[in-house]
Design a protein around this ligand. Structure first.
Ligand SMILES: *Cc1c(COP(=O)(O)O)cnc(C)c1O
Length: 395
């Protein structure tokens, strides 16, 4: 007899390290913008595996591209060339306007590469080892020691100190707080172009442009983390394109492979300082994941995914503005494109749970925010469906 849902959940909890308080759902398969659990219950997915499944589930052409590569060659190591890797790198270069690509397995590893690049860039200039990085309060960049060191969250950092030295934290959207920390030791300023985990905070244009100016004047590298907000989510292929600037380094991951583990850091020629011996990865950007990313980038272009985000994102914005106006429980609404959040006057855990019971998956950010990072292919009708369920759950 097949095991029931509870038995699988127990089995998982007995074996896995308890680093997540998982929802009481055992997911089984997906179709379009819907997920199905083991018992066949259907959920409208407004989380997309945390901003990963940009194209939803089983988008035409995607599965075949992955399957074909499985049949050909999954892995080569980076000691060899392969067609999918060359193609994915060129396409990523072209849509980003950056010069060089290094593929990784995750967003965290992309951040590690970015930090290492900044350190070497500064070391090449003066040979000293006491350079500083300015990061932002409320940021999230990953869980490795390097990425955690620039993550502005005391709770995440505390048990693991000492972390990297020379990291200072400024206030997001407060240019003066950054200026106060800049000195001749500063080698990089790192931030999310749109803060995700910290509660969905959009950068002011004056802040972003101000940072770019400081970096240019003082020869500091501007590192933008677009692991979550990149790949079309904000209505531009990359969020920095909304600001008319180009960073020195940008990190990408979540939606790049639409479900297979691939990330990347991209840099300008100036910041392309890592050379053989400096950095590497066994799996990173192997033919399988690059075939997926390459297909994703083709689909984005052919099916005008970014234009679609602009349209549906604007519709989601309108509907969430209305919802916010209707209830005292929601105290703020923020975001851009299909990366938006509503802030509640208390932790919205009970609302998230009720939504699941009613067949809607949403996730939180920070303590009081429900975050909307649906597949980029959702239609207006799905926004309506989501709002209707959410309204019932709030009342
Ligand atoms: C998710 C996330 C990361 C970490 O990416 P992983 O793939 O989980 O390692 C880094 N930065 C931002 C902004 C993220 O949202």
């Amino acid at each position: 007899m097949e095991k029931n849902k509870q038995a699988y959940m127990n089995e998982a909890e007995e074996a896995l390290l308890h680093t997540y308080n998982r929802f009481q759902i055992v997911l089984d398969h997906g179709d379009g913008v819907y997920l199905y659990d083991l018992e066949g219950k259907k959920y409208l997915d407004f989380a997309a595996g945390i901003a990963v499944f940009a194209l939803g589930y089983h988008y035409p052409g995607y599965d075949d591209a992955v399957k074909n590569q499985v049949d050909k060659l999954i892995h080569t190591s980076n000691l060899f060339y392969s067609v999918p890797v060359a193609e994915a790198a060129h396409k990523l270069k072209s849509v980003s306007g950056m010069d060089r690509v290094f593929f990784t397995n995750s967003g965290t590893e992309a951040m590690e590469g970015a930090i290492k690049s900044a350190k070497k860039y500064a070391w090449q200039k003066d040979g000293s080892h006491d350079h500083e990085i300015i990061a932002m309060k409320g940021s999230f960049h990953g869980r490795s020691i390097g990425a955690l060191s620039v993550t502005g969250n005391d709770h995440y950092q505390e048990p693991f100190k000492p972390l990297l030295s020379g990291i200072k934290f400024a206030q997001y959207n407060d240019l003066d707080s950054v200026k106060a920390l800049v000195n001749e030791k500063t080698c990089a300023i790192v931030l999310e172009t749109l803060q995700g985990e910290g509660g969905i905070y959009v950068a002011d244009p004056s802040f972003m442009q101000g940072l770019k100016e400081i970096c240019e004047e003082q020869d500091i590298l501007l590192i933008l983390d677009e692991v979550q907000c990149g790949m079309g989510r904000t209505g531009s292929m990359f969020c920095y394109q909304n600001y008319g600037i180009r960073p020195d380094i940008v990190t990408v991951a979540k939606a790049l492979g639409c479900g297979v583990p691939i990330g990347a850091f991209l840099c300008t020629e100036k910041a392309a300082v890592l050379t053989p011996g400096d950095h590497g990865t066994t799996y990173g950007g192997n033919p399988l994941v690059c075939a997926a990313a390459s297909k994703v980038l083709d689909i984005f272009e052919q099916d005008h995914i970014v234009d679609h985000v602009k349209e549906v994102g604007a519709y989601l914005y309108e509907q969430l503005e209305k919802l916010t106006a209707e209830t005292d429980k929601i105290i703020a609404h923020r975001g851009m494109g299909l990366m938006q959040g509503i802030e509640f006057n208390e932790a919205p855990g009970a609302i998230v749970k009720k939504a699941q019971d009613k067949g809607l998956i949403v996730i939180t950010a920070e303590n009081n925010v429900i975050r909307f990072v649906p597949p980029l292919v959702i239609e207006k009708q799905h926004v309506d469906e989501m709002i209707a369920i959410l309204k019932e759950c709030i009342e």
